[in-house]
Write a protein that binds this ligand. Structure first.
Ligand code: GLU
Length: 270
């Protein structure tokens, strides 16, 4: 049974580009007679807003998309993500990092466009780590990549075939942020496994981080789904649609008199 999902972060109204992503997942499930799930990825409680999540439900329904089963709302499950982090921490593969943004700025960026960590806090002694954590110093938890990496990881990309993963290119990534007890990479892989997602359809902008997701799946013993990364919609100038272009939200298009079928066509679907 094929299970796909649409996993938006409700940081604004549903945009044509995201609607296309939803349609990819929905269509793949329909074609296979499978299931299509909706998950609200709102662990960033500063940037995400419940009213945007409600609007995403409404806009998807207006577009004619429906989903199977209950919607998983990540902000309701911080305890689950914490438990996963604790399990990994118990294996010694994580370490607390007390560095600030400024400490890290300037380092070359990895495939996720985040500075590759220089490893300062990896070198702290166990006693110093303990003291600083006990003193309540704000810290994130990083994955010790050299200790975690597994040889031979790969995933199946639809239309391409098997792709070898190189998570080491990311360096020691953050799995639990200072401000949120989790991170996108952890939550997305946790939930894909929990919800039995067999095919991840998402924009090619997330293709690079799949290597990291496959490593987390291996570390947690979660199955690796298949992936189908789709191209991003472009405007008449050939450039990617700007998320901040408000005329391209589903709401604005509807208010401008477009029908669901018009919008689906514009998203590349019939
Ligand atoms: N929540 C992510 C976003 O809105 C997408 C996650 C995914 O599809 O893996 O960009």
């Amino acid at each position: 049974m094929v299970t796909t999902r649409f996993a938006p972060s409700p940081t604004g109204y549903l945009h044509l580009g995201s609607a296309a992503s939803a349609l990819h997942g929905w269509r793949a499930a329909q074609d296979a007679g499978g299931k299509f799930l909706l998950r609200i990825e709102d662990i960033d409680t500063i940037r995400c807003r419940p009213e945007y999540a409600t609007a995403i439900h409404e806009d998807l329904r207006w577009l004619g998309l429906d989903w199977d089963g209950p919607v998983r709302v990540q902000s309701e499950h911080f305890a689950d993500y914490r438990a996963a982090i604790d399990r990994l921490n118990a294996t010694g593969l994580l370490y607390p990092c007390f560095c600030t943004r400024t400490d890290i700025a300037g380092a070359p960026h990895g495939p996720d466009d985040v500075p590759i960590y220089t490893g300062t806090c990896r070198k702290l002694s166990a006693a110093e780590r303990q003291d600083r954590v006990a003193a309540g110093q704000p810290h994130s938890l990083r994955l010790d990549m050299a200790a975690s990496n597994r040889p031979g990881l790969s995933f199946f990309e639809h239309g391409t075939g098997r792709i070898a993963c190189h998570p080491e290119l990311f360096g020691d990534v953050v799995l639990a942020r200072k401000d949120t007890p989790a991170s996108y990479h952890l939550c997305v892989t946790h939930d894909d496994a929990l919800q039995g997602v067999t095919l991840v359809t998402r924009g090619v902008d997330l293709f690079a981080v799949t290597d990291l997701h496959v490593l987390l799946q291996a570390l947690f013993d979660w199955p690796t789904p298949e992936y189908a990364h789709h191209g991003m919609l472009t405007g008449p100038d050939g450039k990617r649609l700007a998320k901040r272009d408000r005329t391209l939200t589903i709401r604005a298009m509807r208010d401008a008199g477009m029908t669901p079928s018009d919008v689906r066509t514009q998203a590349g679907f019939r």
